[in-house]
Each structure stands twice: as C-alpha cells, then as structure tokens.
Design a protein around this ligand. Structure first.
Ligand code: ADP
Length: 240
C-alpha cells in the first residue's frame, strides 16, 4: 500500500528561489524512507509541502489518502512532524508541554502519563521535567521535541534532522527507537544531510539536489556509501 504519492510538484518562493522542480516519488506504507541532500537541496521545503504547510506552484501530493494542498489540516492531524531547529514552547515545562500535546492529540491522561514517564527515563530528562523549556540546553529541548512527536504514535512521521545537538549515547538510543517504531509497521520519512545516519536507518533513499530528486536507491543495493556520497558531492559540498 502507498502512504504518500508525490506527482510532479514544483515550488518557487516569492523571492524567486526555485526550491522544488518537478519532483515525483512514492513512499510505501511501513517504509523507512530517507530524504538526503546537501543543505539547500530542498528537503525541508519538500517536508513542508508533504504536510500541507506551503502552497505549491503545480503538482499533487496525497498523504494517507488526503490531498496535502487542500486537506493539510487532515494530513497534519494524522501524522507526526518533527521540524528542524524548532524549540518546545518556551513558557512551559516539559511536563506541561507533554500535557498540552496530550490534549491536542487526544491522548488519555493515564496513557499519556505512562508514555511521558517512559520517555523521561529513556532520554534522561527526569530532572528537567519541571524546568522551563527555555532554560534547557539545545539538546534537552531537542529531546522534548522528539518525544512530543511520537506521543500519539502516528502511523506516518516526518523527522527533519532529528538527532541534531544530541550526544552519541542518546543518538544511539533514538536510532533504536526509530527502528522499533518502523518495525511495528509505521512509516518514517527522515530528512538529513548525514549520509551515515540515513544508510544506517533507512531502506530507501531519495537523493535531492537543487530542488530535484536526482535518484532513488534501495540501501541494500548500494555497494558502498561511496555510490551515494559521489552523487551528493558531485553536486555540491557534503556538509558532515
Ligand atoms: P534543505 O532542507 O535541503 O536544506 P530547503 O528546503 O530549506 O533545503 O531550501 C531549499 C532552497 O529554498 C534553498 O535555496 C533555500 O535558501 C530556499 N528557501 C527555503 N525557504 C525559503 C523561504 N521561505 N523563502 C525563500 N527561499 C527559501
């Protein structure tokens, strides 16, 4: 079954930057799909388009049967989104932020408490649960955002550079979580410029460059990272 169908989409920002040009691809239900490309390739714009956050010039996107252009709200109600470089609401504590998400996502309080406690333990956030989010380190804020994205267990989740600012131990913990989450049948779309992370986690990679999808590769068919690295570096500097 196909969860996401992207048909010839293009997007030009008002300043004239062509961020996406004639992009088409599909993501199957239960797939762990990696969007890779150098900074500026168009990955974030693509995720914003997939979740109905920007107006397209042309083309269509279907996510879980909803049209992302006209039914963005329904798409966003049914997926999880972890944007790049976001911060949890500064005037709340992590505890309050998770309660807030529980309300918005309709998670029953007892279930929510169980999940929040488990995330706090897993991410070593127990001592921070009552601190204001604005006083947390960048990495601690990222942990709060990550946990908040998965609380309602969406069947499709979009994660943009999810491991940024996290120490190596937590990164491994979260990679394990993502593998488990995907093994339960959920679809994960990971956007990153870290090739190692993408090949470690994903089954399929869509390589973006200059607003176009320049190739799709099954990770198991890649002889070595060099194949993809070459694709990336031939078209720009790989920032790793
Ligand atoms: P990536 O996520 O791969 O780094 P982006 O989607 O953020 O790429 O950016 C693609 C291109 O669009 C870049 O040239 C970027 O500068 C430009 N861009 C992104 N957002 C905007 C915006 N709101 N207005 C104008 N240009 C933008």
């Amino acid at each position: 079954m196909v969860d996401i169908n992207v048909n010839k989409i293009s997007k030009t920002y008002t300043n004239g930057t062509k961020a996406l040009e004639d992009v088409s691809f599909e993501i199957d239900s239960g797939e762990f799909y990696g969007l890779i490309g150098v900074n500026g390739a168009g990955k974030t714009t693509l995720i914003n388009a997939l979740t109905g956050q920007i107006k397209l010039d042309s083309g269509e996107i279907s996510v879980l049967g909803f049209d992302a252009s006209t039914e963005g709200e329904k798409v966003r109600a049914n997926v999880g989104i972890l944007p790049e470089k976001e911060s949890p609401l500064s005037f709340m504590t992590p505890e309050e932020y998770f309660d807030f998400i529980g309300d918005v996502r309709g998670i029953e309080q007892k279930e929510l408490n169980k999940k929040v406690n488990s995330w706090a333990e897993r991410l070593d956030l127990v001592d921070e649960m009552d601190s204001m989010n604005r006083h947390l380190s960048r990495g601690q804020q990222q942990k709060v955002l990550f946990a908040g994205t998965f609380l309602h267990e969406p069947e499709v989740v979009f994660i943009d550079e999810p491991l940024a600012n996290l120490d190596p131990i937590i990164q491994e913990e979260l990679k394990d979580y993502l593998r488990e989450y995907n093994n339960k049948g959920n679809t994960i779309i990971l956007s990153t410029h870290h090739l190692e992370v993408a090949t470690e986690l994903c089954e399929k990679l869509g390589v973006m460059n200059n607003g176009t999808m320049i190739g799709e590769h099954n990770v198991e068919d890649l002889d070595s990272h060099d194949d993809i690295r070459e694709l990336l570096t031939n078209n720009g500097d790989l920032d790793e």
